[in-house]
Design a protein around this ligand. Structure first.
Ligand code: KG4
Ligand code: ZN
Length: 342
């Protein structure tokens, strides 16, 4: 059955990490329903995501969320009304991905509706496409989250070129680690961002990693050590430190590094349409730095679309489906699926 664009409904499902998300999207970007069950509070006591625990919570959450999403979207008979089931098939945590993929296969089979496995990073790119109808390739997208720091050239939808990434920690991971060092709660990014607002970004000169290197490559693991060493030294000397100043100075170093490499990517490719996505895309310093950049057309996703969500998966899935992509019931999750490797 093929549904016309204006009535085509995609059910999007996301469970690559610690959020279970389901959305119903009409056509390219009209959101009919969007639900998210966050496991954050369950993982907070451990200071990070526990994979096995995450998978079990996805299992409990998926079907109730799906039922509620269909109800909110006014879907009475999914067999006739849903045109596609799009599910994150990688990269991510194996157990978590497996729950989503199995749930999507079951629905696809029961409803006799096409199935499509979506790459999580392509989803992040589409978080911008959903929000900005005028955004069209070629453009750059820097995905910055707890698990990713990658600059991708979107040549056209479906054709992606990897321009550079991190050689160790992801940007969000650096935020989380520095927060831990400072005794702040997980996830660290939002807290550090908030405290940085009342701190002095020039109080400490933390190194902006690999700033002078001609390569598009990031490294954030050393930054955490630099922050830790400096705090310890000052404390040993009996000098009181301002947590706000540490947060602001650390945030400046991360933002400088991200912006330096993004500029390099823009110069090398000649592409001046620039977007960001992922949890760290909600960061106020990064957003401000991008908006101040001269000569670029900047696209920022709204803050609720920076972090993992199912609208972006439905949108990426629908776009790929229209380009002819299909998955069979043999679809298997791939925890390290690289978007640019076909
Ligand atoms: O995309 P996301 O929800 O999950 C994945 O990692 O895929 O990103 C979560 C990451 C965490 O590391 C969190 O600390 C960071 O994004 N984050 C932020 C901010 N909000 C979330 N980092 C900096 N500033 C923020 N405002
Ligand atoms: Zn993500």
């Amino acid at each position: 059955m093929s549904l016309p664009e204006e009535t085509f409904l995609t059910l999007g499902m996301e469970s690559s990490c610690d959020d279970t998300a389901v959305a119903v999207l009409r056509g390219e970007r009209q959101v009919e329903a969007e639900l998210l069950s966050s496991q954050l509070d369950d993982h907070v006591p451990f200071g990070g995501v526990i994979p096995e625990f995450a998978a079990r919570r996805h299992l409990e959450a998926f079907l109730p969320l799906t039922e509620e999403a269909l109800r909110r979207a006014g879907v009475v008979d999914p067999r006739r009304e849903i045109g596609l089931v799009a599910v994150t098939a990688g990269p991510g945590l194996m157990g978590s991905l497996l729950v989503g993929v199995m749930a999507a296969k079951a629905l696809s089979l029961a409803w006799n509706v096409p199935l499509l496995g979506v790459n999580h990073l392509e989803g992040h790119i589409f978080a911008n496409v959903v929000s900005h109808p005028e955004l069209s390739p070629p453009f750059l997208c820097m995905v910055v989250s707890g698990g990713h720091t990658e600059i991708v050239l979107v040549k056209k939808f479906g054709t992606y070129v990897f321009l550079g990434g991190t050689r160790d920690d992801a940007a969000g991971e650096a935020y989380d680690k520095v927060a831990k060092v400072l005794g702040l709660p997980y996830p660290g990014g939002p807290v550090v961002d908030k405290l940085a607002a009342s701190g002095n970004p020039d109080a400490f000169d933390f190194p902006s990693p690999l700033k002078g290197s001609p390569e598009i490559v990031f490294s954030f693991s050393g930054l955490k050590t630099a922050v830790l060493t400096r705090i310890k030294k000052l404390r040993n000397e009996g000098i009181e430190i301002s947590v706000e100043d540490v947060c602001a100075s650390f945030q400046k170093a991360v933002t400088d590094s991200l912006m330096t490499k993004l500029r390099l990517a823009s110069r090398r490719t000649g592409v001046r349409s620039v977007s960001i996505s992922g949890g760290v895309a909600a960061n106020s310093a990064l957003r401000n730095a991008l908006l101040q950049e001269k000569g670029w057309k900047v696209y920022l996703p709204p803050k609720n679309r920076c972090t993992d969500n199912a609208v972006m998966i439905a949108a990426a899935g629908y776009s790929a489906f229209r380009r002819g992509a299909r998955s069979s019931l043999d679809l298997a999750p791939d925890p390290s699926w690289e978007l640019w490797k076909k």
